[in-house]
Design a protein around this ligand. Structure first.
Ligand SMILES: Nc1ncnc2c1ncn2[C@@H]1O[C@H](COP(=O)(O)OP(=O)(O)OP(=O)(O)O)[C@@H](O)[C@H]1O
Length: 245
């Protein structure tokens, strides 16, 4: 596990531009990215994962520029849960999770250890009963949990999770967020549910129109900052449902 470092990042696509002057993410940190639709959360994630080439600036991991890290090695270091993912072929849930081991494969076949790890990951995400089901026949929330199991199965030290709770019911969202909080990996995740993010993440990047409005720890995530980020009024202490699991 190592530090992720961003310096003078610049990216432009059509009328959208993203600029990030400096960012350090320490090993094991749990960082949520907040901001309105279209402000650049997914774009930033793809840039950090090395999936989009920046127009300027440098991104480095463990002191090494990303562009000097071969793709095969990057797949061992970074795992990405995209916002939308479809598996077109008729794979079983177990196979989809097993494919998470792909970057570690030696030779052509998966090993017994890969299979064992995949089983453990299915159990961790409460998916063992679905192991033999065709992935294509699962519900949206079930598919999301399977894709998350696959990403964790990659055993990369840095996880980029684009809206990890999208489509999950409140119990599974709570279970998965508390599981993520306990993981040793560095996690960077755009999240739309601010209360959930506030409870389980320790650091917040507030993005607005492709710019970093603030980079704050949990106790500095104020209603004023959120109001500015989302252009809404934010009140605290109002009646709300408080969910526990
Ligand atoms: N593949 C693409 N080609 C061209 N423009 C894109 C592409 N993907 C996103 N954009 C544009 O880039 C900008 C940032 O999009 P991005 O997906 O990063 O936003 P986001 O903050 O993740 O939004 P959301 O909360 O809706 O997921 C938007 O203006 C969007 O329309």
């Amino acid at each position: 596990m190592a530090e992720l470092r961003v310096d003078k990042l610049r990216f432009r696509r059509g009328g959208f531009s993203l600029e990030l002057d400096g960012l350090r993410i320490a090993p094991g940190e749990k960082v949520a990215i907040l901001g309105e639709n279209g402000c650049g959360k997914s774009t930033l994630l793809q840039l950090l994962a090395g999936l989009l080439p920046p127009d300027g600036g440098t991104l480095s991991y463990a002191g090494k520029p990303l562009k000097k890290i071969p793709m095969a090695r990057r797949a061992q270091l970074f795992a990405l849960l995209p916002q939308f993912s479809e598996v077109i072929f008729p794979f079983s849930v177990f196979e989809v999770v097993l494919f998470g081991r792909f970057p570690h494969r030696q030779g052509n076949a998966f090993t017994a250890a890969d299979r064992q790890l995949s089983k453990e990951m299915l159990a961790l995400l409460d998916l063992s009963d679905l192991a033999e089901r065709p992935f294509s026949q699962l519900s949206g929330g079930e598919k999301r949990r399977v894709m998350l199991a696959r990403v964790l199965n990659q055993q990369a030290p840095l996880l980029y999770l684009d809206e990890p709770n999208a489509g999950l019911d409140i119990r599974h969202a709570l279970e998965i967020f508390s599981l993520l909080r306990e993981r040793t990996e560095t996690i960077v995740a755009p999240v739309h549910d601010i209360n959930l993010a506030h409870r389980f993440f320790e650091r917040f990047l507030l993005l607005k129109n492709g710019r970093l409005l603030a980079d704050v720890p949990r106790d500095e995530l104020t209603p004023e900052l959120l109001a500015e980020t989302y252009d809404v009024q934010v009140a605290t202490g109002t009646a709300a449902f408080l969910f526990q699991h």
